[in-house]
Each structure stands twice: as structure tokens, then as C-alpha cells.
Design a protein around this ligand. Structure first.
Ligand SMILES: N[C@@H](CCC(=O)N[C@@H](CS)C(=O)NCC(=O)O)C(=O)O
Length: 349
């Protein structure tokens, strides 16, 4: 029987991290196990998922509900855990608040266009599960400005969101190319867009995917172009707190199951066939052979639940951000490795 007092709480963990990073942690630290997050989630009866405050195609609030690529990942976790993709509470977070919400235990998982970096794992007590979307930083400008390359942006005023890798890459890029700029920094995506729209800056920089999304909110999206230059690597990944390997495994393997499902041709519409398949890798995915889901604290049919209720990786991509959506982002490097991209999942076996 698990006893509550044997586990360190979220607030305590956050305090320990703060003490360590502020240099006051002279005492040897007593490492207490975290109460398993899976247990917390199951007892609560839903998953609490941190998302962005509203990026079309990724996490967009629509009539009291949420939709998007990052939102669907939360739904996939709920499907795997509860066999019910609706058992998710979404907590919208801006860039500056997102990691604190994870450290304090307020959210179970952060699924919010967050770039996997070394310092975020080294300093913040977090761990990224797997890159679910390979992005890169880009620039948007008014078409009328007649700019074709980022190298033409010398002397620009650039709108950017605080607390992001975007802010750091912006400085690196302009400095490396001997170009001057003035950063116009805001705390939320809406404020960044407002600043750009009202002419406080002449360039909007963010992850390329967010540029596509934010452009749609402007009165005349066609009056703005996204430059082809990509100046950084932004592997966007869901994150959890360190110290709970079972929970990390669940978040990581739900993504891998979705990628493997696409690779094996198992989708919402082919699932029934897959359940009768004799192919060993399909059988392991859908749980007709082995007990892979049970090994990570779920059930044998964990992946079936995800595919049936949410879909495989390609279905989720196409539905939310793909070329047939209003965002219209080609699969690009997010194509499967077997189809020329870099999306690759370890095998279930
Ligand atoms: N991937 C970058 C940038 C993430 C980010 O927050 N981008 C802004 C682009 S405007 C955003 O999505 N904001 C949404 C929000 O604050 O809700 C990071 O992890 O630092």
C-alpha cells in the first residue's frame, strides 16, 4: 500500500529546485520519491495538461473545448490511461509560467510547443519525453517591405515573446551576422501579435509553426510573408518532472506508439484489421502479442485505445496542421524516417 507521506509534494520539489539553483542548498539533499504521477492522475480521474494560450492548430480554445496537435497529444495520454480521450483538463500557460506549473505539480504534463534544450533539463528539474514536432525559428514580415532573406533584416524592430528560446536565438543570429536590431518583447502571443499589427515592430519572430498560426489571426494574412530562412533547431516536445520514470515512459511511449502505428499502416480506419493481423510488429503494437502496455503501468490495449480515440501520428498531424488544414504546413522533416523525414520511434518489442 502506498503511503502519501512517503512522497515529496510538488511544492516541496519546486522549493528544492529553487534552493538549489539560488545557491543556498548547502545541506545534503534527502531525495524522497515522488508520488507516482500515474497514481495521482488515476485517483483524480483526469489528466491535467499544460498547453499554450491559443496557437491555431496546436492548442486552440474553441467554444469551451480545445483542439490542436498539442491538445491531441494530451487526449492520447488520456485515451491510453482512461480509455476516454475527454478526461483531460487543459491549463493554458504562457511561456514564462509553463515550467513553474510543471515543477509545482499543478500540471501532470506540459504539451505546449516547448523546445527541448539542455538547460531546461539541467536546471529546471524537467525531462522532455520525445520530440513530437521538429520545428525551427523563422521570421514574418509585411509583404510590402519586399524582403526575401533574413539577412536583409539589419536595423529591424523585432517582436518576440519573453521566456522563449526565440528571444535567445534572435540575439545569436543578429550578432553572428553583424546586424543590429531592437527587440520588442511581450509576455504573451496575443501581445506579440498586437505589437506587430500596430507597427511597434516590423518583424515577428517565433517557431515557424507559430508564425503560420499567428498570421491567420491578422486581418489580411496574405499581406504578410514568412521568410524561408530557419535560424534554429526547435524540437518541440512534451515535458514531465524528473524522478518518475514510469510517467516519463508513458508520455514517451504514447508518442512512439502513434509514430509506429503510422509506420505500420495502423490508423483509426484500419484498426479492426490490425487486431486480426498476423504480423508480429502489428501484434505487439495492438497487444495481441506480449504485454507491452502493462510493462509501463497501462493495459495491453493501450495503443489500440490511442489509435481508436485519437489516431496515429500522421492522422493527428494532417487533422491539425497539415496541408488540408487552414495552417497548411507540409509534413517536411516531420515525415516518417521511412518516407524521407526524421520522425523515428524505437520499436515496441
Ligand atoms: N519553442 C519556443 C517558443 C515557444 C513559445 O512560447 N512561442 C510563442 C510564439 S508567439 C507561443 O507559442 N506563445 C503562446 C503563449 O504564450 O500562449 C520555446 O520553447 O521557448
Amino acid at each position: 500500500m502506498l503511503r502519501r507521506r512517503n512522497f515529496v509534494t510538488g511544492a516541496l520539489l519546486a522549493a528544492a529546485i529553487t534552493a538549489a539553483s539560488s545557491g543556498h542548498a548547502q545541506q545534503p539533499q534527502i531525495v524522497m520519491p515522488l508520488k507516482p504521477r500515474l497514481l495521482i492522475v488515476k485517483e483524480r480521474g483526469n489528466l491535467v495538461c499544460g498547453v499554450s494560450q491559443g496557437i491555431i492548430g496546436f492548442s486552440a480554445p474553441q467554444g469551451g473545448d480545445w483542439s490542436g496537435f498539442d491538445v491531441d497529444f494530451c487526449r492520447a495520454l488520456a485515451a491510453a490511461i482512461f480509455n476516454d480521450a475527454a478526461k483531460v483538463k487543459f491549463v493554458p500557460l504562457n511561456a514564462g509560467d509553463r515550467f513553474r506549473a510543471l515543477q509545482s505539480g499543478e500540471i501532470d504534463v506540459l504539451s505546449r510547443n516547448s523546445t527541448w534544450t539542455m538547460s531546461r533539463e539541467g536546471e529546471l528539474g524537467l525531462v522532455f519525453a520525445a520530440a513530437t514536432y521538429y520545428d525551427g525559428q523563422g521570421f514574418m514580415v509585411r509583404r510590402a517591405r519586399n524582403v526575401t532573406s533574413a539577412l536583409d533584416l539589419d536595423g529591424s524592430k523585432v517582436c518576440v515573446q519573453s521566456g522563449t528560446t526565440t528571444e535567445l536565438n534572435l540575439a545569436d543570429y543578429f550578432n553572428a551576422n553583424g546586424m543590429k536590431y531592437e527587440a520588442v518583447v511581450s509576455g504573451s502571443a496575443d501581445e506579440v501579435l498586437k505589437a506587430y499589427d500596430s507597427g511597434k515592430c516590423d518583424v515577428f519572430t517565433s517557431d515557424s509553426s507559430a508564425l503560420y498560426a499567428e498570421r491567420l489571426k491578422l486581418a489580411q494574412p496574405g499581406d504578410h510573408i514568412i521568410l524561408a530562412d530557419i535560424i534554429s533547431k526547435e524540437p518541440l516536445a512534451p515535458a514531465v518532472r524528473q524522478g518518475d520514470p514510469q510517467w516519463l515512459n508513458i508520455v514517451k511511449w504514447v508518442h512512439f506508439a502513434m509514430v509506429n502505428a503510422e509506420e505500420l499502416g495502423v490508423s483509426g480506419s484500419t484498426l479492426e484489421q490490425a487486431l486480426g493481423s498476423k504480423k508480429p510488429d502489428v501484434k505487439r503494437l495492438v497487444g495481441t502479442e506480449g504485454n507491452y502496455g502493462e510493462q509501463i503501468g497501462l493495459t495491453k490495449d493501450w495503443a489500440v485505445r490511442v489509435i481508436r480515440l485519437v489516431g496515429n501520428y500522421g492522422e493527428v498531424y494532417d487533422r491539425n496542421v497539415g496541408v488540408k488544414t487552414q495552417l497548411g504546413i507540409p509534413r517536411g522533416i516531420n515525415q516518417l524516417w521511412s518516407a524521407g523525414g526524421i520522425m523515428y520511434a524505437p520499436p515496441i518489442r
